[in-house]
Design a protein around this ligand. Structure first.
Ligand SMILES: [Zn+2]
Length: 189
């Protein structure tokens, strides 16, 4: 049986801007503590001895007005989202399952190229790019200058993009009307 308390709830600030996602359990506790108010509810009910509540889908904080900064982790999916599912070598956009993440400077060359004090980490935003399978296998362990390739775009840490939410998820949970500001909708994996 699905646990409705584990389902995701979109959290808005006092200006009705999406700022976070929490579990229905947390959302209900915040409503009961008067920290948040429900904005949209699902058909599902949760019952305790004293009360019956609809499971919230969207809540709004009663006094939090800020928009937090989001620091994204360097993960495969976040690299692919940063590069908008586009291979940094051939510039073609692909569905997510057809993409890989490549180290611009390969491990075998890292120390020789970057020296003892590398300007950034091997596994950092600046050495990781989205690559289609074909480009990745053609490039293999070579450096771009050795094969006459150029990066379509210099890799960088993503700007503050707001919440990253899969479009399908936002649609199925009824969040879309609050996904216009501070939300980047992406394809699901
Ligand atoms: Zn490619």
């Amino acid at each position: 049986m699905r646990d409705v308390l584990q389902e995701s709830v979109l959290v808005l600030n006092t200006s009705m801007i999406a700022i976070d996602i929490c579990s229905a359990r947390t959302a209900i506790l915040e409503i009961l503590r008067n920290i948040a108010i429900p904005i949209k509810e699902s058909e599902d009910l949760v019952r305790s001895e004293k009360l019956t509540l609809h499971v919230p889908r969207i809540i709004a904080q009663r006094s939090y007005h800020k928009i937090p900064r989001y620091d994204q982790k360097t993960s495969k999916i976040n690299i692919i989202y940063r590069d908008d599912q586009t291979c940094c070598y051939c510039g073609v956009r692909f569905p997510i399952p057809e993409l890989t993440v490549d180290h611009v400077i390969p491990r075998s060359r890292w120390k020789k190229i970057t020296g003892e004090t590398p300007p950034y980490d091997f596994n950092s935003w600046w050495n990781l790019v989205t690559a289609c399978r074909r480009c990745n296998s053609v490039k293999a362990n070579r450096l771009l200058q050795e094969i006459g390739w150029k990066l379509q775009k210099k890799p960088d840490k993503p700007k503050n993009t707001g919440l990253v939410i899969a479009r399908q998820r936002a649609e199925s949970l009824g969040w879309m009307e609050y996904c216009r500001v501070n939300v980047r909708l992406v394809e699901s994996v």
